[in-house]
Design a binder for this molecule. Structure first.
Ligand code: C2G
Length: 146
């Protein structure tokens, strides 16, 4: 179930303003769960910008280097039809700066982050989508290892 946080005035799109959606992720060993998240996020607005975790940030988040280096993950995500723009996310602490810099109206994330970004409801709408069950980068890596 989506957990929309009530919209607030500041980044709210006026009548004809472009609804800019933003999301963040590592998107390593890209799979259908990642694609479904991006397509659902894009469908919320007029454009989608994606923050791709740097290799260093991923290491600090997950304690391991990603399989695909940041430039390749950035290239893959930028090539997707549902993605209008992508940039490298250097730190989890810069979210508010990224939201303002990209004039985001909506922040969309998978519900494994449910509630974690509600603090940004003062500048944009925050939406959490149900994760795609039974697929994850970790499970893909395990499968390949076997
Ligand atoms: N996702 C999903 N279903 C899956 C796997 C992932 O919907 N089966 C979603 C996640 O919820 C996330 C996005 O796909 O919204 C990217 O997932 P990850 O690459 O695992 O991203 P994560 O490491 O959680 O990074 O600043 C926030 C972080 O950068 C998020």
């Amino acid at each position: 179930m989506n957990h929309p946080v009530p919209p607030s005035p500041s980044n709210q799109p006026t009548e004809n303003a472009e609804v800019r959606v933003i999301t963040f992720g590592t998107f390593d060993v890209f799979h259908a769960g990642h694609l479904r998240l991006l397509e659902r996020a894009r469908a919320l607005g007029d454009s989608l910008v994606v923050g791709i975790s740097t290799d260093q940030l991923n290491f600090s988040k997950k304690g391991r280097a990603p399989v695909f280096p940041q430039e390749e993950r950035l290239h893959i995500v930028r090539a997707l039809r549902c993605v209008d723009e992508a940039f490298l996310e250097e730190s989890l602490d810069l979210k508010r700066e990224y939201l303002l810099a990209h004039r985001a109206s909506i922040l969309a994330m998978g519900d494994d982050w449910a509630g974690k970004f509600d603090e940004f409801a003062d500048i944009c709408r925050v939406v959490y989508f149900p994760r795609t069950p039974s697929i994850s980068t970790t499970a893909v890596i395990e499968k390949i290892r076997l």
